[in-house]
Design a protein around this ligand. Sequence first.
Ligand code: SF4
Length: 105
Amino acid sequence: MTARQRHSASPIWAAPDLALSTDVDAEPHWTDLALCAETDPELFFPEKGQSTLAAKRTCMACDVRAECLQYALENNERFGIWGGKSERQRRKLREELAAGQEVAA
Ligand code: SF4
């Protein structure tokens, strides 16, 4: 998967069902408040062996972290950092949720 393909799979960079609203009276969509939109998108799709720390730090300061993580879990997003969680962490969360376990965000 190329960097461009990974970016197009993210919430902030052009996922079709998350297009920004043009209704100026509407409540902002969570993607409108995504802190990662103000950063280098490459941070959120580190190559194997690269650190995820910078992306996760950004997520920890993001006001829509819960919404982002929920979206990623519901849509089975497989690549990148979403809601401060790596692919492996999200897989573990999905397994815990499927087993009916209480999970920490
Ligand atoms: S939680 Fe992280 S990936 Fe999700 S919108 Fe916020 S900064 Fe972006």
